[in-house]
Design a protein around this ligand. Sequence first.
Ligand code: GDP
Ligand code: IMO
Ligand code: MG
Length: 426
Amino acid sequence: MATKVVIGAQWGDEGKGKIIDILAQQAEVVVRSQGGNNAGHTVEADGEQYKLHLTPSGILNPNTLCIIGNGVVIDPGVLLKELDMLNGRGISTDNLKIDARAHIIFPYHRALDEFSEKARGKGDIGTTKKGIGPAYMDKAERSGIRMCDLMNKALFIEKVKANAAFKNQIIEKIYGETGLNAEDIAEEYLAYAERLRKYVADTTILLYEAIKAGKKVLFEGAQGTLLDLDLGTYPYVTSSHPTSGGVCIGTGIGPTMIDECIGVVKAYTTRVGKGPFPTELLDAVGDQIRDKGNEYGTTTGRPRRCGWFDAVIVKYAVRTSGLTSIAVNKIDTLGDVPKLKICVGYKKDGELITEFPPSLEELAQCEPVYEEIDGWAGNIGGVRKYEDLPENAKNYIRRIEEICGVSVGMVGVGPGRDQNITKPIK
Ligand code: GDP
Ligand code: IMO
Ligand code: MG
């Protein structure tokens, strides 16, 4: 199959970067379609660790064309720092292309992200404060500034001045904070423009031609299903569409051009930021998983909330993204937990619910219903063949497949590129 979508099937941080890096060894193009530097994708190869926020995780493969699609919001200063980091570590970024339609994050977006979170008080979303929501707000409001605008000096200055003047009114009059200087912003960004110019293109054409030529293309999702603006745990979501449907709009392709959709999950569940989390573990087992799995945010360093594997969530992802298989990462983290639990449904008002509810109030009342499964002892980080996994680990994977109604095609036993088991899809 030539085109594969890889999305997060939980609340993000499922290990998408690792899976993309592995699959990119056989791919000609890797494309990011949504989100921005709220994403933090970790890739570990040859003993080196890379934390990528905007650059597609195929960048370590020198033969892969990496595209930042039109649906991504770009903070150019962050992107350039990331490219400098990669170049400084001997990784070429000559194969990067940025879509001319992609919207730009400005300092006033970051400021507004921070002030609006502060104003929400206890009801804050727990955003990454990278300006993502405010940038997508401008896009939807039709006042956003795009990469193609940045390439046109006079037009860019005019647009930045108009937008900054308006945002300053909000910053000063609503939030009582100090506004930002439009001229300083324009100067800073025009310097970025000169460095970014060589990367900017109409990537929808590059992508169309690559797909038509039968090239292997990977679409790298950011965030995860439950952070989707429409399908996630609204309002505790991000402002883009991390489900497979977002790929078409965010890269300019049609749904008939996608062959496979792979959902990435952890062998348990984590979430950063606020909002209901039915299987959350607030006990010693939760702490054990956080410590062993090093569950701290790649972007913000915040401790991730940890809980049991929730099959209701993954079933929802299978349904809403049309997943053809899933990759289960971090099964190694569960070693030495004597009894594991998989959430197979929720109890609410004495009734069994097996579908993820749209209402957050309803979700907050849901008590998880668990199936208990025996764990396994020892470190499985060195296992490379599915049949060599402990029987109980295979049983755990089998139950995930059965309950979620989807085949597992890959199993992660460690963060390294080589710590991955390919499993035949049933
Ligand atoms: P992403 O945002 O989905 O790309 O995921 P992150 O990079 O934010 O978080 C996943 C973390 O788990 C990273 O630190 C990875 O290096 C690590 N990781 C990925 N797969 C595995 C695995 O199978 N086992 C272990 N122990 N760590 C893994
Ligand atoms: P990757 O791609 C996990 C969460 C934030 C917050 C909510 C809204 O690494 O999986 P935002 O800054 O987007 O407005 O914050 O979304 N969030 C993520 N959580 N992984 C991510 O990305 C995330 N990107 C955003 O923590 O709850
Ligand atoms: Mg992440």
